[in-house]
Design a protein around this ligand. Structure first.
Ligand code: APR
Length: 247
């Protein structure tokens, strides 16, 4: 039985909470996870996100990238109750910010203002030649691979591929948030991908409330209070106890 009363009390008592989210928080917005039975990596070869493969086969890689990351973009994916709860806790000065592994921009669309995108974002395309960044909506993704309008260089999504480093400012901002947090909400992540997966361990002063439909790499070793539930279910239970209206 999930102890939502204690979880809500910990949130109410917290003065410097932070959140660390993964693909699971966006499942009920219609975005598939990477791992697990329905996961993307059971349908697509993760090599499309291997930097070497991308440079050697830009069109083939972009065809899959478009299908995975851009076909659901735009109208379809919308923030859900879990994204909205985090945005409301920030508005109340309870949550300092969200560190997300996701690239779907749903925290920002839910109203979160301080969002650290540990793996970058699918919202902008980056020119691999001149470094120019432009919104993906400015490019016609029916013609692949998209090329830079400034220099003609190959464009790639502005999220990190396997083998790429974490954006330094995202890394520093995440550590700063984690190190000072007194409560960390870990939502919808397997905790299997380094270095993102270290964040709950960097939050040395924080009590950890984890929300996941099943145990993760954290549940036994780092989690202080495990809520086994879908992110939106747990969000609604917590919102009710905290007097938060999730519009
Ligand atoms: N509510 C909460 N959690 C859920 C839900 C749900 N409705 N559905 C699934 N989950 C959980 C799964 O149990 C799993 O623990 O979400 C997690 C999804 O795990 P992954 O697909 O591995 O996602 P994530 O942990 O974010 O992956 C990390 O891996 O491929 C890379 O860069 C990619 O950012 C990604 C990173």
């Amino acid at each position: 039985m999930n102890d939502y009363d204690t979880a809500a009390r910990w949130i109410a008592e917290s003065r410097k909470a932070a959140a660390f989210t993964g693909a699971g928080i966006s499942v009920e917005s219609g975005i598939p996870t990477f791992r697990g039975p329905e996961g993307l990596w059971s349908r697509y070869d993760p090599q499309v996100l291997d930097l070497g493969y991308f440079y050697e086969h830009p069109r083939e890689s972009w065809e899959v990238i478009r299908e995975i990351f851009y076909d659901y973009m735009g109208a379809k994916a919308r923030p859900n109750a879990a994204h909205k709860l985090l945005a409301e806790l920030e508005r109340r000065g309870k949550l300092q910010g969200v560190i997300t592994q996701n690239i779907d921009n749903l925290h920002q669309e839910a109203g979160s203002r301080y969002v650290v995108e540990f793996h970058g974002t699918a919202q902008t395309l980056l020119c691999t030649e001149c470094g120019d960044r432009t919104p993906f909506t400015e490019h016609d993704l029916d013609t692949l691979p998209p090329l830079c309008k400034k220099c003609g260089g190959l464009l790639k999504p502005d999220f990190i591929f396997f083998g790429e480093g974490i954006p330094p400012q995202a890394y520093q901002a995440s550590m700063a948030l984690a190190e000072t947090a007194d409560l960390l909400l870990v939502i919808g992540t397997t905790g299997e991908v380094m270095p993102a997966s270290m964040i709950p361990y960097e939050a040395r002063q924080a009590r950890v409330i984890e929300i996941n439909v099943q145990p993760s790499a954290y549940t036994e070793h780092r989690t202080d209070l495990f809520l086994q539930a879908k992110a939106t279910e747990a969000a609604k239970e917590l919102a009710e106890r905290l007097g938060v209206e999730l519009q």
